[in-house]
Write a protein that binds this ligand. Structure first.
Ligand SMILES: [Zn+2]
Length: 400
């Protein structure tokens, strides 16, 4: 047995055996009641823990702004503006400590700026909202500079800035950010990938690296970049889809292991990590998007194979978080359910939610940042709130 995951203790779905939803499309009252009852305790642990441990980390990934994003999410899920006040409290430290070092949503200044803009927007504080938006757009020239060593991946690179721009447009309105900036950033990502492909004489028309490796997955790799490009409505990204993105996706998808999993980087043949950051739980989004854009059944078939390995090996000993934990893996099922309407995926998401509700009882390792959004309990809380209304669930800082 794989030493990285627990054997999945749950029976697989059998049609009609369990009621998963209420007639209004929300989660069945039994589990919904358990989640609602557990959330206040979880949030208290997150707040106490994060306050004592977050120090100078203001990121969404492991810092204070991640807690703000959680509360912004809860305000939407529960239609409760009381959570907005919390979201404001947790975003303000990040806005006071912009580092001008990184520009991504997850790990850079774009995180507090984009989340801050949306929180201020919801609170009707237009001046503060506009101040965040102008600072967010002022990061544009750094993202567009192709001579810098800025990578293109999601955590530290251009795709993570692109996501921030799309995040504010989705939550405030298209007018929030100049469409031309979105288009230029998408074009810069495409141009950067073309340049590396040319340099390497690769058969993939786009290629990307981070820290000297051709990563495959959602966080540092090409699957995450292609997913963001396919999701972006801009002239540059749309023009790149048939001739550049599709053959690059096809190059990557051939790496799928017999298990359904993906390697973490090109040339790596070990089938080990089943994480959103590395492996099938991240690559599946690329395949789902490719299916939606290119309408080729093969992408969906391969996404289903990803879902199988996530079901078998997705209850990770690393814990309950989003980046490399059970909650992040559960999101793959929610997304597959939205795409296919097949209850098997909803059932599996529900089982992963039940697993997360029992957090702390399985003997998982304690992550470095145990209360944070991407490594810790805040992520589990975010996922549990999303399971309450599966049709509206979105992987934070990745899907929109
Ligand atoms: Zn990870």
């Amino acid at each position: 047995m794989d030493e990285r995951c627990f054997p999945n203790p749950y029976a697989d779905y059998s049609a009609g055996s369990v009621q998963l939803l209420e007639p209004d499309g929300k989660l069945h009252a039994g589990l919904a009641g358990r989640i609602r009852a557990a959330l206040p305790g979880l949030l208290k642990q997150v707040e106490d823990g994060q306050r004592s441990e977050s120090g100078h980390d203001y990121s969404i990934y492991t810092g204070s702004t991640g807690i703000s994003l959680l509360y912004l999410h809860l305000a939407q899920v529960f239609k409760d503006d009381g959570y907005l006040k919390k979201a404001l409290d947790w975003v303000q430290p990040g806005l006071k400590h912009l580092k001008r070092k990184r520009l991504t949503f997850l790990c850079g200044d774009a995180g507090p700026l984009a989340v801050g803009a949306v929180v201020y927007h919801r609170l009707g504080l237009k001046e503060a909202q506009d101040s965040c938006l102008s600072k967010l757009q002022a990061l544009g020239p750094d993202a567009l500079n192709l001579r810098s060593d800025l990578p293109d991946e999601l955590l530290y690179g251009r795709a993570g800035y692109l996501y921030a721009l799309r995040f504010v447009r989705k939550n405030i309105g298209d007018h929030a950010v100049d469409e031309k900036l979105v288009d230029k950033v998408a074009q810069a990502i495409v141009s950067s990938g073309q340049a590396l492909s040319k340099q390497e004489k690769s058969s993939s028309p786009l290629k990307y690296m981070w820290h000297g490796k051709h990563y495959v997955g959602a966080a540092h790799g090409m699957a995450g970049i292609y997913y963001q490009l396919m999701q972006t409505q801009s002239a540059a990204s749309q023009a790149a889809l048939p001739g550049l993105v599709k053959p690059s996706v096809d190059y990557l998808r051939k790496l799928q292991f017999p298990s359904g999993n993906y390697p973490s980087s090109l040339g790596n043949t070990s089938d080990r990590l089943v994480h959103w950051c590395h492996g099938a739980p991240g690559a599946i989004y690329m395949l789902m998007a490719a299916y939606q854009v290119f309408r080729d059944q093969t992408y969906l078939d391969e996404a289903k194979r990803c879902a199988e390995v996530i079901w078998r090996r997705g209850l990770l000993k690393k814990g309950y978080g989003i980046c490399h934990g059970a909650a992040g893996n559960g999101y793959a099922f929610l997304s597959m359910y939205r795409l296919t309407n097949d209850e098997v995926y909803l059932y599996r998401a529900v089982k992963f939610a039940e697993w997360c509700l029992d957090y702390g009882k399985h003997g998982c390792r304690v992550p470095d940042r145990p209360f944070s959004l991407f490594e810790g309990l805040a992520g589990a809380a975010y996922f549990l709130a999303d399971v309450l209304n599966p049709g509206l669930a979105r992987f934070p800082a990745f899907e929109l």
